[in-house]
Design a protein around this ligand. Structure first.
Ligand code: GLU
Length: 544
């Protein structure tokens, strides 16, 4: 068969450039020895999974720590999954977590275009080359014929796919091909696989270590009937011409590795290094399962922004999942920026990483406790501007007041910082009682209404905002003593039945009266922050 003629018939010369053109246009990158070129290659579906951040962080760390380049390529070959504005979502959501690209889609860069749909010419040029070499061919099988093949394979319990005797179009004669073309039959271009599934190779996966890879024997589609490449083909072409040195991607691609190895070989390209990252799992009752976009709100990156998790907290937690020695490092250097941690691909988990939101919350509380009140103010304010209610936005109208609230609730200046804040949403809810607009107490006391009234009204009568903490407490004790509550804990413990309760019960009633809550930071300070008028109004309201 005249393969040159066939190649020209399928992909005319005027549609492509000579191959040298591409090699020259995208030369090897001039980078220091050992520098890695990595990438993130998401589809623009508009949904950013936590797994995307997981892979992005690993790729970003490896590139930047080695003095290399990290770029963004948009894999938009599947028009059906494409969503308007998705690329902005990718940039914005990753940027929030401190993942920045050096080049790529919507950024500058010499190795673009970085949208696969804009790279048709280069895919066609190389598909043509494979046809010329007898390593690719047109396949005219219809949907019905493909269905028939699948049925036969299922019936005979054979592996699915287009290979061996099932690869009908692999051996079409020249005449049959041209007849089909003349008849205008739609076709795809398939790889003419040279592999043998009986042959196995040892392969070094940068994450999983030594693995066994079976040769590919599938005549996979490389160009679809509309001329758009499949993931496999575009991956080989793009990672070659964007000069990627290391592909860290999700382990769901491990089963396609044999195809990729064969494609790189057929194209005459050097294979990059690969590392297949384990997927993020979640404990669901007795079993572990993949974090699911459908079932788990925490699978979406949007969740963390809406809840107001601090980006450093999420990044820190993700690092604990990504590198097994990170936690140890963090304990040793709690104050160092995490960028200083030496990320190591060899320390990445080989099997599923268990995502545990409680652990994230712990990491987050600790991280939030490293902020000062001004940093917290800015963080909460920017969260509220984007996600808060109108009432919450108004919390920031009086900066001085808000800072006082934060100093108290964060324990700034105290012996030990409080760790009450997990994320912005929860933090804002937890300080809501300082703001009359959102003060809606349920008043759940452990004492009867009459006792509560007596305590609250007597305290209101003698409350003086000029009292310091100890004078204030003396007054509280006076009220306690007047109504049969023990003021001395020792005496109370010796015989609790001799008292209605003790002074801490009285403090609790007051606390609930003023804040609506049984647990808060120091009550004297809360009253100071609220100011006399507001404190007395609250007590009055509680008495109604
Ligand atoms: N578009 C593929 C995905 O989103 C990329 C896989 C890869 O990194 O090569 O899963």
């Amino acid at each position: 068969m005249d393969l040159n003629k066939l190649a020209n018939a399928l992909i005319p010369d005027e549609n492509v450039k000579p191959l040298e053109y591409y090699e020259e246009k995208y030369p090897e990158r001039d980078l220091p020895k050992g520098a890695q070129v990595t990438r993130l290659a998401p589809s623009p579906t508009g949904f950013m999974h936590l797994g995307n951040l997981f892979v992005a962080l690993a790729n970003e760390r490896i590139a930047h720590q080695s003095g290399g380049t990290f770029y963004l390529r948009i894999e938009d070959t599947d028009e059906k999954r494409k969503v308007e504005g998705a690329v902005e979502v990718i940039h914005a959501s990753l940027k929030y977590f401190g993942v920045n690209f050096d080049e790529g889609a919507d950024l500058c860069g010499e190795y673009g275009p970085y949208y696969q749909r804009q790279r048709a010419e280069i895919y066609h040029a190389y598909a043509k080359e494979l046809i010329k070499k007898g390593l690719a061919y047109p396949c005219f099988c219809t949907e019905e014929e493909m269905e028939e093949i699948r049925n036969q394979q299922t019936e005979n319990k054979l592996l699915p796919g287009y290979y061996g005797e099932f690869a009908k179009c692999r051996n079409l004669s020249e005449e049959e091909i041209y007849d089909n073309l003349k008849a205008g039959k739609p076709y795809v271009i398939r790889l003419k696989s040279q592999g043998n599934v009986e042959v196995k190779h040892t392969f070094r996966d940068e994450v999983k270590g030594e693995i066994t890879v079976t040769e590919n024997n599938q005549d996979v589609v490389i160009l679809k009937s509309d001329g758009i490449p499949t993931y496999h083909f575009a991956h080989a072409i793009d990672d070659h011409f964007m000069r990627t040195t290391l592909v860290i991607r999700g382990e769901e691609w491990l089963s396609s590795l044999p195809i990729h190895i064969e494609l790189f070989k057929a194209l005459g390209f050097r294979l990059p290094k690969y590392g297949h990252n384990c997927s993020i799992q979640k404990q669901d009752g007795e079993t572990r399962r993949k974090l699911s976009k459908r079932k788990d709100p925490e699978a979406s990156l949007t969740f963390y922004r809406e809840q107001g998790y601090h980006p450093t907290a999420v990044r820190t937690y993700m690092m604990t999942l990504l590198n097994s020695n990170f936690e140890e490092w963090l304990l040793k250097f709690p104050d160092k920026p995490i960028e200083e941690f030496k990320y190591s691909i060899g320390k990445m988990g080989k099997s599923g990483a268990l995502f545990d939101i409680l652990k994230l919350n712990d990491v987050s509380k600790t991280m939030m406790a490293t902020l000062n009140e001004n940093e917290m103010y800015d963080f909460l304010k920017s969260w509220a501007e984007e996600f808060g209610t109108e009432t919450q936005k108004a919390y920031f109208n009086d900066k001085e007041y808000m800072l006082k609230v934060l100093v108290l609730c964060m324990g700034v200046g105290g012996k030990k910082r409080r760790k009450d804040f997990v994320c912005a949403k929860q933090a804002m809810e937890s300080i809501a009682y300082f703001f009359d607009e959102s003060f809606a107490p349920a008043y759940e006391y452990r004492f009867d209404q009459e006792t509560v009234k007596k305590i609250l009204s007597s305290f209101a009568e003698i409350y003086d905002e000029k009292d310091d903490n100890s004078a204030w407490f003396d007054k509280l004790k006076t009220v306690a003593g007047n109504y049969g509550f023990a003021t001395d804990m020792k005496a109370y413990k010796a015989d609790p039945t001799a008292f209605v309760g003790n002074v801490s019960d009285v403090a609790e009633m007051l606390r609930i009266g003023v804040t609506g809550l049984a647990n808060t930071p120091d009550l004297w300070t809360i009253m100071q922050i609220l100011g006399k008028d507001r404190t007395l109004k609250r007590l009055e309201k509680a008495l109604q």
